[in-house]
Design a protein around this ligand. Structure first.
Ligand code: ATP
Length: 362
């Protein structure tokens, strides 16, 4: 028997004015999954979500919800809940009326509406706001109400388009945790659009990383962070240091790289095959670099000497900018040492397993 997915997009394409905005989108979402579409502004996240919601029709491809083809089905018949970036509450209706709206449209009896609105407002932890109007609520409260309104009809799929991006930093984190709790509690299949890596990493079962209308990679947060398939994915998610170089020697999985500023790096290639002379980039994350007074000579360790240029205390970690060759190497460590001051010479070292080697994209 073939598996039925909650959401399936097969070869979905969309163009505006002859410009391909979504190029070839294939995705299968299982029941209860939390999926994020992550990518920079303009990469086609919202366009894809709008096709799922039924506000836009794909030029090509097929779109299924719970195994049923949806290409021609209008939004209100797709059993979806939606929350947008801007609070889309009706300003002239009370909170109760806003949340009850979808149920009224569905002609649910009044007594049941009362019960369901009460339940969903308790779920978002705002049970006492029934009679207020949206402009009497804080931004965070309004977004909770928008979520309650989307959930009250018990949709089988919840679509969220940057619902946290208009909130200040503290509220964002609060509401992010709230979304996580709600998802755990209700298990509703969720598709979440964001350009914020932290949000995607912390909330998702799987992340779809997009760039220029293409899917760069689909994977769990751990895969996306630790085993990026492309340079775009690695550099978009989190911070990194890059050394340009070329392959000097290959011995099975061991690949020796000579960087443009004269450093030799021994690496172990995990996924790709490399050839002598090939142009590559070697990446190392700031949190994977350690500092020491001594030079390490272990063959599983890369060690290079540099001069500390800038020290920035960030609370939980301290960030060092270190000049190595013609590089500015960023290092982030939890163990600041008072003797590591600006101008000091230090050895920067890391496990070669933490290096990432990717063929240079022209
Ligand atoms: P953001 O994070 O800024 O919302 P996004 O990844 O969601 O970005 P989309 O809103 O999907 O990006 O837009 C992708 C591209 O398609 C943009 O260049 C946008 O200008 C273009 N676009 C979107 N809708 C239309 C439209 N109706 N007509 C013409 N171009 C459009």
């Amino acid at each position: 028997m073939t598996m039925t997915y909650d959401v399936e997009l097969k070869g979905i394409k969309k163009s505006f004015n002859n410009q391909n905005i979504v190029k070839e989108f294939n995705l299968q979402v299982k029941k209860g999954e939390f999926i994020s579409f992550l990518g920079p502004s303009g990469c086609g996240k919202t366009t894809t979500l709008n096709m799922l919601a039924g506000f836009l029709e794909p030029n090509e491809g097929e779109l299924f919800i719970k195994g049923k083809k949806m290409n021609k089905i209008p939004p209100y018949n797709r059993e979806l809940g939606m929350v947008f970036q801007t609070y889309s509450l009706f300003p002239h209706m009370t909170i109760f009326e806003n949340v009850a709206y979808g149920l009224k449209l569905r002609k649910v009896p009044k007594s049941e509406i009362k019960l369901r609105v009460k339940k969903v407002l308790e779920l978002v932890q705002l049970p006492h706001l029934n009679d207020r109007f949206p402009n009497q609520l804080s931004g965070g409260q309004r977004q909770r109400i928008a979520i309650a309104r989307a959930l009250v009809t018990e949709p089988s799929i919840l679509l969220l388009d940057e619902p946290l991006s208009n909130l200040d930093a503290k509220l964002r984190i609060e509401l992010r945790d709230e979304l996580k709790r709600l998802h755990k509690q209700l298990g509703v299949t969720t598709i979440f659009v964001t350009h914020d890596q932290e949000e995607a990493l912390s909330l998702s079962d799987r992340i779809v990383v997009m760039s220029h209308g293409n899917i760069e990679q689909i994977g769990t947060p751990d895969e996306i962070y630790h085993r990026p398939k492309t340079e775009f994915v690695h550099t978009f998610i989190g911070q990194t240091n890059r050394f340009q170089g070329k392959v000097e020697a290959v011995n099975g999985k061991e690949v020796c790289i000579l960087s443009s500023d004269g450093f030799r790096f021994n690496t172990l290639s995990q996924q790709n095959k490399f050839e002598v002379g090939e142009q590559v980039n070697l990446f190392i994350r700031p949190e994977s670099v350690y500092l020491s007074k001594d030079f390490h000579t272990d063959q599983n360790i890369t060690s290079i000497t540099g001069t500390i240029k800038l020290v920035t205390f960030l609370g939980a970690v301290t960030e060092y900018h270190i000049t190595v060759g013609n590089h500015d190497l960023t290092v982030r460590t939890q163990q600041p040492k008072s003797e590591w001051m600006e101008g000091t010479t230090v050895s920067c070292y890391w496990d070669i397993k933490d290096q990432l080697l990717i063929k240079r994209e022209e």
